[in-house]
Design a protein around this ligand. Sequence first.
Ligand SMILES: NC(=O)c1ccc[n+]([C@@H]2O[C@H](COP(=O)([O-])OP(=O)(O)OC[C@H]3O[C@@H](n4cnc5c(N)ncnc54)[C@H](OP(=O)(O)O)[C@@H]3O)[C@@H](O)[C@H]2O)c1
Length: 243
Amino acid sequence: MTSIKSKVVLITGASSGIGETTAEVLAKSGHIVLVAARRTERLNALTQRIKQAGGTAKAYTLDVTSQDSFKAVVAEASTEFGPVDVLINNAGLMPLSPMAALKADEWNRMIDVNVKGVLNGIESVLGVMEQRGGHIINIASIGAHRVFPTSAVYCGTKFAVRAISEGLRMETKKVRVTTISPGVVESELAHTTTDSETKAWLEDFRQQALKPEAIANAIDYAIAQPDDVNVDEMIIQPTQSGS
Ligand SMILES: NC(=O)c1ccc[n+]([C@@H]2O[C@H](COP(=O)([O-])OP(=O)(O)OC[C@H]3O[C@@H](n4cnc5c(N)ncnc54)[C@H](OP(=O)(O)O)[C@@H]3O)[C@@H](O)[C@H]2O)c1
């Protein structure tokens, strides 16, 4: 328990992996967790578990690529729980492949979800946060710092998330902005890779993986700091990865 004040926290991509575990950890810290993604049944199961454990949670079906839907979720959540104090832009996908495979649909999808989805989130909360304060936490990646073969576009989207976070932090005096850059973490992230050779390599590469709690605890820490303390960025990797 690191939290000192209960906050209204909206987490995108909370139906699995890092987002799902973050919702559970933040609920245990006493926050009201609003979980959003496309797979509503998974979100409902999550909110039920959180409520059974004594927490407060609500599920919102959301495709982060839709500006209108994102704004509607924030409006609905604010009416019921008050303004969103913390937005965690976590939804993302990682269909890796060499560029020569020309999987342009997958490139576009990554840009839509990983970059435009983050911008849609920022657009939905920033006006109110600039008035009353708030915290935007963007989940980037170690791929926002280093580029690997097969991950040119994925890393491009994560470099963009990091750049957007940095720029926003420099412009605002009211809103805390944190970038979280995980190394390999157990989740469903590799499931979207369709290129067979890359899939086989990825399975091996992802053997040394952190539990999602490692990222959730870092997020919990960043939120728990006083309002005048901004945690700019955390890079969190498995010790054994040796990088
Ligand atoms: N795991 C890692 O090794 C790792 C490392 C570095 C960074 N990250 C980043 O961490 C974040 C979370 O990924 P994860 O590892 O937890 O993978 P994950 O288990 O695959 O979770 C991804 C989440 O994103 C959601 N999502 C995908 N497209 C969406 C859309 N259009 N609208 C709303 N939600 C959408 C998925 O939910 P629905 O399908 O239900 O919509 C799912 O809940 C991603 O941004 C990823 O890039 C992960």
